[in-house]
Design a protein around this ligand. Sequence first.
Ligand code: S3P
Length: 177
Amino acid sequence: MGSGNIFLVGMMGSGKSTLGRTLAQRLHLPFADTDRVLVERTGVPVATIFEIEGEAGFRRRESAVLAELARGDDKVVATGGGAILSPDNRVLMREGGTVVYLRARLEHLWERTRHDTSRPLLATADPRATLAQLLEARDPLYREVAHVVVDTGTQSATTLVSRVIAALRRHEEEERH
Ligand code: S3P
């Protein structure tokens, strides 16, 4: 695989962190997760950052961590679902490596997030509708920033990771021609 970071983007529940860890192992690259870095640095959960600093405060921290990770050695970076909202973040990822959009259907995303209380944006009266709105609003941004789109569903992590690697290789081939 060529050089540069691999950024994983996609909705909450699309499996960026799980896939990212396996992908990094297969490619012998380090792995980083922007949310995880934020939680380690602040010592509090993402929901608490939202509570104290609001979404705007969280986004500022997220952008700073992303920029820092993008500057370092090549790695696989799992981003938070909303990292693509900032145009600067999109440019940073698009130019700083290869961006993979893990695209998932609403039903799948809902299955994977419905019992989860750690995501502040889904703490609404109708979290499924919120998820649907977020997907609709963000899907164009994920597609805009992505070099590669991989559909995810119920397949195992191993199968998915092989498909991502195949898609990355195809992309690299296309870039060469
Ligand atoms: C968010 C997604 C979360 C986390 C925060 C906001 C979003 O990350 O960054 O709760 O705006 O979609 P995951 O995509 O890893 O759940």
